[in-house]
Every structure is written in C-alpha cells, then in structure tokens.
Design a protein around this ligand. Structure first.
Ligand code: HEC
Length: 443
C-alpha cells in the first residue's frame, strides 16, 4: 500500500469518527453475526482480545505494519479502515483457498469477530472499561517467537546496500560456535533492513561438508566475486539442509513437539541474502534467533523442494502453468508448505497424485508477491514411500498483473525479481537418525 493510500485511509477514518452512529442499521434483521450482537462492542472487552490474538504480531511498535494497534488511542483513528480491511479479508493476510486443507497458522477471523470489529466502527468506537481488558500480551522485543531465543546468530558486520541497481545474491558463512549437537524447534529470521530483503535462506553446513570450503568465513561474497570455478558453481547450488527461509510476511518456524531441525556441532550457517535496491542506501545485518528443543526429538525435520527451472512464460499470457513432481523415496510426515515465485506469480498448488490418477489438492494459494507465507498443516499428514507429490504454479505475465514489470517480455528462471522462480518448499518429518542424503536413498 502506498503512503498516499494510507493517508487517505487516515483521513477517512478520522472523518467517520464524527459520523452518525450506525448501530440501528446493523441491528436490523436476524441472521448475520453482526445482527446477533445486541450490545455495541467496546474496545477493552471486545476489540482488544481480537487485536491481541490476530493483529499485534505485526501491528505493534517495531514490526512490519506501519500502525500499531495496541492502545485505544492508537486503534481508534483506524476503526473504519479496520472495518474495511476485515470485511474485505485483506487483513489479517492469508492467501490459502479455504476449500483446501486446514492450517494451524491460519490467522483468519471468525464471522463473529469480523462482526464485532465492524460494529465497533459503526457505533462510534466505544472505549469500555479498562478492567475488562484481556491479560496484557507479552511480546518478546525484536522477535515474534514466544520467548527470547537461546541463540542468536547474526551476520557479523553490516552489509552495505547501494541506492540503485541490481544486486547479485550475497552470501556469508557464519560459524555457529556450537560444541555439541543441537535440535532446533523454533527459529526466526530478522533482517535489520526489512525494506531491502527480498528473501533470505539460511543453510546448515556441517563440519564434514566440502561446500564452499575455499571461501573465507565471516565475509560477504557473491558468486561472481569468487576466483575459483568450483566455488562459483557451489554458490549457485547445494544439497545442504536448510534451516529457514525468509520472505516478506513470513512467519517464524515453530515445529510440533517431538520434531526438530538438526544442527551438528561445529556447523556453520550459510546466509544467502537477496537484497533489492529502493533508491536509498542502507546496510543490513540479518540475524536468526533459535530456540532449542528441550530434549532430543523422535523425528527430524527436513526442508525439501519441488522445483522446475525449465520454463518460458510467453509475453502477455495471464495464466501460464508450470509443474514439478517428485516421488517420496521413503516414508515421511508432511508438515508445511512455502511456495516461492516472483512478480508474475499468480497461484500455487500442492497435490498428491494417487495411484488411480486422482489428484488431491493439499493447498492452493492465491499468490501475492508481498506476502510469502508458510502454511502449516493443522494435522500433519503421513505419506508412504512412493507417494507422488506435485507442485503447480501459475503465472500472470499480462498487463492485468499490477506487479508485472514488463508484459512484453518472455520470462525464464533467474535470480532477480523480473526473472521467475518456481519453488515449492515443504517440510517433512523423518526418523531422527536419518540425514538428508540418507532420506533420498531408496530401500
Ligand atoms: C502478518 C502481519 C500482519 C497481520 C497479522 C495483520 N496485519 Fe494489518 N497490516 C500489515 C501491514 C504490513 C500493513 C501495511 C501494508 C498493507 O496494507 O499491506 C497492514 C495494514 C493494515 C491496515 C491499513 C489499511 C489496509 O487495509 O491496508 C489495517 C486497517 C490493518 N492492517 C488491519 C489489521 C487487522 C485488524 C489485523 C488483525 C485482525 C491485521 N491488520 C493483521 C500487516 C499485518
């Protein structure tokens, strides 16, 4: 949303506060949840609990949303905008098609909650009694994970980001300093300059790995800055396990009890940063906060991906389909999904192709480039070895797509956002003793 749009919202919201009380019209009739509410909702009793639970993760000072909704004074001018945003389902952001799957991290409001927020705006935003306020929400400053991380690993020195131009992916190898094996249950990636980070991936490089071994530790580099041919190839691809992927809007990783990601002692983390420029010079020093599992888990979580890098999206086409499929080499429990595309992304789907040819859709996302969310299954799904998983992406390369930088060009795979990607990340749980490479060995 542009600043201008925000300002116009602010003006409208302020204006309507002095407007007519709309309770009578809202109470007429019998059927809708709004009409069942007989007393006007007030801030402390009705509105604040919803904000605590569904909005403040982002709408509190220092987080992604520009306006905090913590106090009455902060929220009141936004009442009308909140009404609009929740009625249109623009907020809280969530892009899964409700016809497929149920997800543990679905922040969507119930019809009753939407009705309360809407009626609150229509009834002159009553404050209510502060004694009715829900227990104060304790947020961890600087993080959205539930408690202070056990370990924070940060890129050691700020990486400079120029004002203009294209930036190759920037890498940095950072030692963990861990002297014992560790299991990660919760982790969160925090860029220090959120506006400049298009995505970040953190890989785990165990001590035995040859990956990027000749490259100095603790210094930023790009593939083309490396002298050695093998190093340059290494920078473009690895089968190392991923700890976490960040893209705008993404959530911290929170694995179910008994499941965790593994970092062997002596490992390094390799940060892959995709910075984009926006006319302002800046620097970034991304960190990852980690909460360890209390005890060794029964299952190890691996992040896998379905990828197709061989496609050409013709110019002007508004629904171009690209797919990728793979067969699970061993049993695994499917936990979550994270689709990744660029500016032409339109829709993304994960399916199981059953032996009889039936296609079962597990998730369909109406893709939005600014919100690359992960979708965590409400009930993890056990899949037998041999199960065929399919990812399907659709792209809109027409001028109807407001994000499209150039509807006249054909688009192929590439790192920059005007190129495209087709990656369906997904997390699976496997027996704790299995390594990623072992998982791919067929029995
Ligand atoms: C995952 C983070 C996140 C959550 C959760 C979230 N918001 Fe937002 N919200 C944003 C961001 C970022 C913006 C500004 C950019 C935009 O509008 O997309 C925003 C903008 C808004 C705006 C400004 C007008 C508009 O529609 O863009 C309103 C009103 C709003 N949010 C209401 C809410 C309410 C109410 C909730 C909870 C029910 C909520 N948001 C939950 C991130 C979030």
């Amino acid at each position: 949303m542009t600043v201008r749009k925000l300002n116009s919202w602010r003006r409208r919201a302020g204006f309507i506060l002095f407007g007519v009380v709309g309770i009578l019209s809202a109470l007429r009739g019998e059927d809708t949840p709004a009409q069942k509410l007989v007393t006007a909702p007030n801030f402390y009793h009705d509105v604040l609990p919803i904000l605590n639970e569904h909005c403040q993760r982002c709408h509190r000072p220092g987080e992604v949303a520009p306006m905090p909704f913590v106090t009455y004074e902060q929220t009141r001018p936004w009442a009308r905008a909140i009404q609009q945003a929740v009625l249109s389902k623009h907020m809280p952001p969530w892009f899964a098609d409700p016809r497929f799957g149920r997800f543990a991290n679905d922040p969507s409001l119930s019809p009753e909650e939407i009705a309360k927020l809407s009626l609150w705006a229509d009834t002159n935003v009553p404050r209510g009694d502060p004694h009715d306020a829900p227990p104060t929400q304790h947020w961890v400053k600087g993080w959205t994970i539930p408690r202070q991380p056990d370990l924070v690993i940060q890129i050691p020195k700020p990486i400079m980001i120029p004002a203009h131009g294209e930036i190759e992916y920037t890498y940095e190898i950072v030692p963990t300093g861990l002297t014992e094996d560790k299991w990660v249950q919760i982790s969160e990636l925090r860029p220090s300059s959120r506006q400049h980070v298009h995505h970040a991936v953190v890989y785990i490089r165990p001590p035995g790995s040859r990956w990027l071994r000749r490259v100095p530790v603790g210094l930023p580099f790009t593939a083309s800055s490396l002298a050695d041919e093998q190093d340059r190839r290494d920078a473009h691809g690895t089968d190392s396990d991923m700890l976490l992927v960040y893209a705008p809007g993404s959530l911290p990783d929170h694995l179910p009890n008994g499941m965790a990601k593994f970092i062997p002692r002596g490992s390094d983390l390799v940060f892959q940063m995709h910075y984009t420029t926006n006319g302002r010079r800046d620097s970034d020093q991304t960190s990852i906060g980690i909460i360890f599992a209390k005890e060794p888990p029964k299952q190890r979580v691996l992040m896998l991906q379905l990828t197709n890098s061989h496609f050409t999206i013709p110019p002007g086409v508004d629904d171009y389909r690209v797919e990728s499929r793979g067969t699970l080499p061993n049993d695994a429990t499917l936990l979550s999904f994270l689709p990744h595309m660029h500016l032409r992304g339109k829709r993304f789907e994960y399916n199981i192709i059953h032996p009889d040819g039936n296609v079962e859709t597990l998730l369909r996302v109406n893709y939005h480039f600014h919100w690359q969310l992960s979708y965590r299954l409400a009930e993890p799904r056990f899949l037998k070895a041999g199960t065929i998983l399919q990812a399907v992406a659709w792209y809109d390369n027409s001028k109807k797509n407001p994000h499209n930088p150039d509807p006249k060009s054909a688009v192929t795979w590439g790192d920059q956002t005007y190129d495209e990607m087709m990656v369906g990340f997904f997390d699976v749980a496997v027996p704790a003793a299995l390594d990623k490479w072992q998982y791919f060995i067929r029995p």
